[in-house]
Design a protein around this ligand. Structure first.
Ligand code: GUN
Length: 290
């Protein structure tokens, strides 16, 4: 059984990016520049954005963090997006989600210039993905594909079961797994909250990608021996023994499922570090295309 080490893979890719950036800078090109917009003080968002800024440093990128309080108006946020679209110094940017309820997230996403949409959330990028055209891929699905590729996990002709149909993970990863290519070429089933026989479907899977945000949902009785398990869950579960007061819990009962698998991603240290790494890849790409 292989434990897929996302932390080490992400570190490797960031080194590759940093080397490419230094080569570009030595040829007189500018450093890639990522901006992040963070609204309010959600604990998860604060952590993610801090990791993104740190990853920029590791890759030799410039970064700019734009912060607003949770009472920022939608109009002001749209104005920030407009300025970022027009600022030639910024290659790509993200607006960290979720946003406060009084702001229409979709309206903000639609206002982002697709050429700077390194999150891959704009409908233009989502549409290009579904057509198999080059585009900015949303970071988590892209990180999963990188792991499958680097660990040489065969996907062609395999039955891949995706648990969850979110716009950020479930839908795009299902698209990528079914597309012609390597990794890809899988037969994909997407299960969600209205699926009746999830256990039976999972037992048929060669690859399970669990992205439903329910700690420990995938149990040993749902896994075919030799299956590959990709765990996207990152639920914060209260834990008084930790300094932070919580621990991250995946969607898979790792302890009992891991012995059955041919390969599995742990939580933390699996898909999570790859997500930020994919954002760095997209930002480098944006800088190259600028
Ligand atoms: N919130 C949770 N994941 C993400 C992400 O990948 N990008 C942004 N912008 N917000 C998020």
């Amino acid at each position: 059984m292989t434990i897929i080490d996302g932390k080490a893979t992400a570190a490797e890719i960031k080194k590759e990016i940093a080397a490419e950036v230094e080569a570009r800078v030595s040829r007189g090109e500018k450093r890639p520049h990522l901006a992040a917009v963070l609204v309010g003080h959600d604990g998860g968002s604060e952590t993610y954005v801090a990791h993104k800024v740190k990853a920029c440093e590791e890759c030799g990128f410039e970064s700019t963090l734009i912060r607003r309080e949770a009472d920022v108006t939608e109009a002001e946020l749209l104005q920030i997006v407009k300025q970022l679209n027009e600022d030639p110094a910024i290659d790509g940017y993200i607006v960290q989600l979720p946003l406060p309820k009084h702001i229409d997230e979709q309206k903000i996403i639609m206002a982002v210039d697709p050429a700077k949409d390194v999150d891959g959330f704009h409908p233009v990028n989502v549409g290009k993905l579904s057509l198999g055209l080059p585009c900015f891929l949303s970071a988590t699905p892209s990180g999963i594909m990188q792991l499958l590729e680097r660990y040489k996990i065969e996907t062609k002709g395999k039955h891949c079961v995706v648990l969850g149909r979110s716009n950020i993970v479930g839908k795009p990863v299902a698209q990528l797994m079914m597309q012609k290519g390597n990794p890809g070429n899988a037969t994909v089933t997407v299960c969600h909250s209205a699926t009746l026989n999830i256990k039976e479907i999972c037992r048929e899977a060669d690859i399970i990608i669990a992205a439903l945000g329910q700690p420990g949902f995938v149990t040993a009785d749902m896994v075919k021996p030799g299956a590959v398990i990709i765990d996207v869950g990152t639920t914060r579960v209260p834990d008084s023994t930790r300094k932070s007061g919580f621990r991250l819990c995946g969607d898979v009962d790792f302890e009992n499922v891991a012995p059955l698998c041919s390969a599995i991603t742990p939580v933390p240290g699996g898909v999570g570090p790859m997500t930020i790494c994919s954002l760095m890849c997209n930002t480098l790409q944006a800088a190259k295309q600028a």
